[in-house]
Design a protein around this ligand. Structure first.
Ligand code: ZN
Length: 288
């Protein structure tokens, strides 16, 4: 099952992609939620029913991809939990040993931006870096989950570009400020249900490309803390709720450690691709 979130005629909608079109679920049945986070919260059966209804929809419910503005897949998640240094080679390029416990920080919803929408280079910094990341989306309430059951709580996966202001990231010991500028966290376009991917989304090639040049090229099998372990460790501390978003860390090849350093600037286009999930594309624009 695949779902997307978008604006059409200025209204928030969710739908299922079909070729060059999207089935707008609000045109199938006005009872369906228009926020993907709310659909996820209704549980796995609601998700399956919505998907089945989209597959059976008549062409009246179709909208053309070029007529929509993509929204972040989930616009207001109750939690956006980000994992730092989850690939050993990325920890090494940052000059540190791989961590023994995940490095965890949060993003706020105001930092999110949809597919094909600009990531903003803010006025106060020119150190805007890309980070290709796999996203796991929680499908049911999780608390004190054993590692062997961890994957049962993941509804599906998507793609994230964890756009980071490297100078602000290190102005204090907390990374939060460098990770929360407006319109720097690109998220989407598609939700892909867990059953369409290998168990735990393992073995998927993950890449970032800046203006077509490959910058990061790794595999999700290289996680230090794989999905089931992350669910166990996080749910030991907090309740994970349906629609919560876990951004799982980026591989080696980020811009700031390169010689010379590479930062994104207006006119650039950054793409993150994950095998079996899709491509998340972000043009870069200056904040005005
Ligand atoms: Zn990151």
């Amino acid at each position: 099952m695949r779902f997307v979130s978008f604006l059409h005629d200025g209204k928030q909608r969710i739908g299922c992609p079909v070729g060059e079109s999207i089935v707008d679920l609000s045109k199938v049945d006005s009872e369906f939620p228009t926020d993907f986070g709310l659909l996820i919260a209704q549980g796995p059966q609601a998700l399956s029913e919505a998907y089945a209804a989209a597959q059976a929809a008549s062409s009246d419910a179709y909208v053309a991809v070029e007529d929509v503005t993509y929204l972040p897949l989930i616009t207001r998640p109750s939690k956006i939990i980000c994992i730092g240094r989850n690939y050993a080679a990325h920890a090494k390029e940052g000059g540190v040993e791989p961590p023994s416990y995940p490095e965890i920080f949060y993003r706020g919803a105001s930092s999110l931006i949809g597919h094909n929408q600009p990531i903003l280079k803010p006025r106060c910094s020119d150190k805007l870096d890309y980070e290709a990341e796999l996203v796991a989306i929680i499908g049911k309430r999780a608390r004190h989950v054993a590692r062997e059951d961890g994957l049962d709580y993941i509804a599906g996966y998507s793609i994230f570009n964890d756009g980071t202001l490297r100078d602000y990231q290190r102005k204090s010991s907390q990374w939060t400020i460098g990770k929360n500028f407006d319109d720097t966290g690109a998220f989407g376009p598609e939700f892909v249900s867990a059953d369409e991917l290998p168990e735990g989304a393992k073995g998927l090639r993950i890449q970032s490309r800046l203006n077509g040049r490959i910058m990061q090229d790794a595999n999700t099998s290289d996680f230090i803390f794989p999905m089931d372990d992350l669910i166990a460790k996080l749910s030991e501390c907090m309740t994970l709720e349906p629609g919560d978003v876990i951004v799982t860390g980026t591989p080696a090849g980020v811009g700031y450690v390169r010689t010379p350093a590479v930062f994104m600037k207006e006119g650039d286009v950054c793409e993150v691709e994950i095998e079996g999930i899709g491509i998340l594309r972000s043009p870069i624009l200056n904040e005005v």
